[in-house]
Ligand binder design. Sequence first.
Ligand SMILES: [Zn+2]
Length: 426
Amino acid sequence: MVVVWKGEIMGKYFDKKEVWTNKERKLKQEFQLSKMAQLGYKKSPMLKKIFDELHIKPSTIKSLEDMERLPVISREQLVDMEQNDLPYAGLHNTTASIDRIFTSPGPVYEPHLSENDYLWARAFFAAGIGPEDIALNAFSYHLVAAGLTFHGGLRKVGATVVPSGTSSSQVQVQLIKDLRVTVYVGTPSFLMAIIEKSREMGFNFKKDFYVKKACFAAEPLFPDMRRSFEKDYGIDTYQMYGATEVGDVAYECSAKNGWHICEETIVEIIDTYTGKKVPHGDLGEVVVTRLNEIFFLLRFGTGDLSRIITEKCACGRTSYRLAGIAGRVGDAVKVRGLFLAPSQLKSLQLKFNNLPLQAVVTREGHNDILTLRVEKTAPEIGSLSWDENFKKSFREICTVRIDQMEYIDKGRIDSGEKLLIDKRKW
Ligand SMILES: [Zn+2]
């Protein structure tokens, strides 16, 4: 039986965990972490091996800080580990009953946590989805975790689900129309394709249908696409973030200013080179530990880049937030110890009317030098006040400081050129 969650605190939050103080959250999560380490040591041959090889006693993993003693496991490593010991590399609870086995490209196999978990339910709750909604779930139900886990989350908040999966856009349009679908769950590009198809079929998506909300995952939601969904089609959009290996990780609330970290996960932002946490606010790799008793994958390195927002959110939830995903670890370069990603430069570019620009990193002696090349497409570019404003925005978006500006003639930067060039020799 599926229990429909109505929200414990006046229906505003999914449960009281969402408004815990930071101290409460840390204590409860540390308790769970310590339990997971000890149980994992007993039940998972691989976790025992990892601990023994590092001479770590499971009872000494007690605080969030203790986690840094454990290795980060990337998807590539997990695939290798699993191939050596199918299906879960011995990272699972060997005496637990596992209700589903998912797979994702690699191949990598994951035991589904439990049918009673809250996967994605917090995200749907925060997006205001409830029993009155009819949700089209356009994620695949075949082999991968997406379809069934999003389905479970929608059921937890009471929504009726249309399990349309990867049916053609024509079929999806038909379902949206006939069943009066109110929520779309899937990728943003597929929703655009569905809207396009509905136009071809002679419908006006905004006027003829009832889709008022969309929850996206698995793909970035670009600002212009979001604007189009919201303005042109009247669809309120929400982003969700997770990985098959660890489940849901973060979700957007109505404030749409960062993604709240799920209460069941511990997220660390680390320096990929050292495995250590970076200060709050700095860019680094998202490393996730899902607190559970079935799959002991501690410190899963997602390969995604993000930073933590610690300021209070207008929605009242107290969890820290992720500032979206700034790209993949391999795309970023480190400047004076801080990551700089092409996507950050893209955001800056958008803020300045698509200004052609390029960041070039060089080295003088032992110092990294960051030069910003900017095309002089308008007379004010290069003036003292423009320069000051630009540098300020750069620092806000990219965290790093610019060492020198280079103003170049209009048309000198080819639109196909890279936004970020690393000229340092290693
Ligand atoms: Zn919020």
